[in-house]
Design a protein around this ligand. Sequence first.
Ligand code: NI
Length: 257
Amino acid sequence: MEFFDTHSHYNDEKFDGDRKKIIEETFKEQVTKFVCAGYNIKSSKQAIELSEEYENIYAVCGISPNDVTQNVTEDVEELEKILDNKKISAIGEIGLDYYWEKGNKELQKELFIKQIELANKLELPIQIHTRDAAIDTIDILKSNPVKKKGIFHCCPLNKELVKEALKLDFYISFAGPITFKNCKNADEIIKMVPLERILIETDSPYLSPEPNRGKRNDSRNVRYIAEKVAKVKGKTIQEIAKITYQNAEQIFNIGGE
Ligand code: NI
């Protein structure tokens, strides 16, 4: 059994003390491929460095809505420069976040759209971060179609959003929150998503699933996400590991056997 963790941040400073050790343990414990996602220029560069150092780490690069500045055009131009001639699996994490926003919704939208245009130019899928912004996120995707589609990372457990995301042929990536005891609609949402559209992720070092909630997260915990999906879908954890692995290889355009 092998797992593909489709979203993590080994570029985060929380791994500064033991990054190498954790990455190597992760590979030993059946998480044989994973994505390291950037959220601004610096972390995107670090994601590229990790992907160059380890064959089975894939870089996703982008500027998140929480890192938006007044200079959207310049920022996206700089992003494009660091991606030049590099092996990138998607543009992300990009999107909208109205939970943390402070009067910058229009700038967030502009940044999101410009990065969709970049993804289309580079023929890459996108990895979306959306929080408290479901309607605007879907509206932008409808009016700015993404050629290679993409993923709703740590997908909010919002029925309407998931329904629209599936209509757009996007993947739904489940993370720690589906295992939380106070998460009431996780089962219903998991049932809504066909197996061929499901991905699993940790969002390490954040959002540790049960039973490790509250501790620093790492990719080894992706098995708890798979376990929860397996239980709801009436499948074995091996079956979920396999299908989500194939789905990840497909969306990131990674050659499987
Ligand atoms: Ni993230």
